[in-house]
Design a protein around this ligand. Structure first.
Ligand SMILES: *Cc1c(COP(=O)(O)O)cnc(C)c1O
Ligand SMILES: [Zn+2]
Length: 424
C-alpha cells in the first residue's frame, strides 16, 4: 500500500465530505471542524493489531506513521523525531491516597518542548513541509506556539506566533529562544486566534491553529494510539477504563477520541473507554453545554489561572462534546483552588505539572470523592504539560520558604524542628 494512506475530510457537524487532495481548514458550508477519514479497508488488509507497530518501532509518535495522513516526517537526529511515546506512572502513594489502586498517569512533559502540543506541531510542521509551505503561523496561549516554534526550528522552517500579551513568561521566553517571529496581541487568546486566521489568509501562510487545521487532531490522536498500546490492547475489557483529559478548545480530547475511533474502524478496539473532559470553573463553556444537553456552545469570559485551558470560545467544542457523549464519559468542572491543591499533591509524588494538567487530576479527585469512580476502576490521567511552564502558578500552590541570616544555626534549627508543611 502506498504511503501516506488515502484519506478524505468529513465535516463533524454536517457530514459533508471533501477530497483529501490539499490542505483544507473548516467546512465551507457551516465552519464545522473537519475529521480526516482514512481508508480503513486498505489499512485493515495490510496491518494487524497483534504485530502493529512492532517490537522495533521507534520510541516516538512516529511508530504510528502508517495511520497518519502524511509521508515520512524527516527530521532525523532532531527533537521532531522524539515527540510522543511518553511514559506511564503508577504512583503507589497517589493510588493509596485516592483509593484508586488502578490509577495511571501519562506524563507529557518529556516531549521536546515540555507539553502535549508537540504531538500536533510535529505532525503539522512535517505536513507543511510536504506541501512546500514557506511560513507557518499560529495563535497560541503559549504551548501550541512553543511547540510550533520548537518543531519548526528543529527542521529549519519559519514560524510566526501570535500570543496573548499576558501569557506566562516562561512560554514567551520559549517562543523567542526557538527563534520564531513572535507578536504579542494586546488581548485574549481568542483575539490572537481571529487575527492569525486573517493574517494566514491574507499572506498565504500555512495556519496551524487548534480547532481549525484538521491535522492537529491527527497528531494528537497518537496519544489515543499510545493509550491503546500501553493500556487497552491487552485488557479484555477496555471499556472499563476512564480517561481524564483537561479541556480548553477541546482539540486534545477530540484528538484522543479520533485515535480510538480509528482503532475502532480498523476493528482493533471493539469497545471504547470512557473519555472525561475537565474544565476550569472560570472557563467551562463546553462543560456547560454538556450539562445542559446542548450542541451549541455559548462563549464565556474565561477567568482561570490555568492559562492553557482559558478559552472564551472553544474552537473544537462540538467534537469535544461528541467525544464524551460517544464514549459515555462526563464533563467535570474544577475550581482554581482545586487545581492548585492537585498541583501540590502531584508535586509531592515527584510529578511537576502546569495548572491545566493539574486540572485533569483535580477532576479525578472530584469524581472519586463523589463516588463516581470506585476502587475497581482503571483510570488514566493525561498530564499535558510541565510545571516549569508556569512557575508563578506553582508558587501559589505552596508556602514561601523562610529565610535565615548566614551563620544563624539556632534559627535554622528552630525552623527545621518546628512542625510545618510538606510532611504528607
Ligand atoms: C492546550 C492545552 C490543553 C487543552 O487542550 P485543548 O485542545 O485546548 O482542549 C491542556 N493542557 C495543556 C498543557 C495544554 O497546552
Ligand atoms: Zn459542515
Amino acid at each position: 500500500m502506498s504511503h501516506p494512506p488515502a484519506f478524505h475530510y468529513r465535516c463533524a457537524r454536517c457530514g459533508r465530505t471533501y477530497p483529501g487532495d490539499r490542505l483544507r481548514y473548516t467546512c465551507p458550508h457551516d465552519q464545522g471542524n473537519l475529521d480526516i477519514v482514512l481508508d480503513y479497508a486498505a489499512l485493515r488488509a495490510r496491518l494487524s493489531p497483534d504485530t502493529f507497530p512492532g517490537a522495533g518501532a521507534e520510541p516516538s509518535q512516529w511508530r504510528y506513521l502508517p495511520l497518519l495522513p502524511i509521508a515520512d516526517p524527516g527530521g532525523q537526529g532532531t527533537p521532531l523525531r522524539r515527540v510522543g511515546w511518553t511514559p506511564l506512572y503508577a504512583p503507589p502513594r497517589l493510588r493509596a491516597a485516592l483509593g484508586l489502586p488502578h490509577l495511571v498517569l501519562k506524563d507529557e512533559s518529556p516531549n521536546p518542548t515540555a507539553s502535549f502540543k508537540d504531538r500536533a506541531s510535529a505532525l503539522v510542521v512535517a505536513h507543511a513541509r510536504q506541501t512546500h509551505a514557506q511560513v507557518l503561523i499560529t495563535a497560541s496561549t503559549g504551548n501550541a506556539g512553543a511547540a510550533l516554534a520548537g518543531m519548526a526550528a528543529a527542521v529549519g522552517a519559519r514560524a510566526v506566533i501570535l500570543a496573548p500579551r499576558r501569557a506566562p513568561e516562561a512560554k514567551i521566553a520559549q517562543l523567542l529562544i526557538y527563534g520564531a517571529r513572535v507578536v504579542l496581541v494586546d488581548g485574549t487568546y481568542d483575539d490572537a486566534f481571529d487575527l492569525s486566521v486573517r493574517a494566514a489568509a491574507e499572506l498565504g501562510w500555512y495556519c496551524r491553529n487548534t480547532g481549525y487545521n484538521p491535522f492537529t487532531a491527527e497528531g494528537k490522536k497518537t496519544a489515543g494510539l499510545e493509550i491503546w498500546e500501553q493500556c487497552l490492547r491487552d485488557d479484555p475489557a477496555p471499556q472499563r477504563w476512564h480517561i481524564f483529559v483537561p479541556v480548553g478548545d477541546g482539540n486534545i480530547i477530540s484528538g484522543v477520541y479520533k485515535g480510538l475511533w480509528d482503532l475502532q474502524q480498523l476493528g482493533w478496539l471493539p469497545q471504547l473507554p470512557r473519555l472525561h473532559g475537565v474544565q476550569a470553573a472560570g472557563s467551562a463553556a463546553i462543560a456547560q453545554a454538556w450539562a445542559a444537553g446542548h450542541d451549541t456552545i455559548r462563549p464565556v469570559q474565561a477567568r482561570t489561572l490555568a492559562d492553557s485551558i482559558a478559552v472564551d470560545l472553544p474552537r473544537d467544542g462540538y467534537r469535544a462534546l461528541r467525544a464524551v457523549r460517544a464514549t459515555g464519559g462526563r464533563y467535570w468542572v474544577v475550581s482554581d483552588d482545586d487545581i492548585l491543591a492537585a498541583l501540590a499533591m502531584l508535586g509531592r509524588a515527584g510529578i511537576f505539572v502546569e495548572p491545566a494538567a493539574a486540572a485533569a487530576f483535580a477532576g479525578v479527585r472530584q469524581a472519586r470523592e463523589q463516588g463516581y469512580l470506585t476502587a475497581d476502576d482503571p483510570v488514566l490521567v493525561l498530564l499535558t504539560g510541565s510545571g516549569l511552564k508556569d512557575i508563578a502558578a506553582a508558587r501559589q500552590a505552596v508556602t514561601p520558604p523562610p529565610v535565615v541570616a548566614p551563620g544563624d544555626l539556632d534559627h535554622l534549627r528552630s525552623l527545621l524542628t518546628a512542625t510545618q508543611g510538606g510532611t504528607t
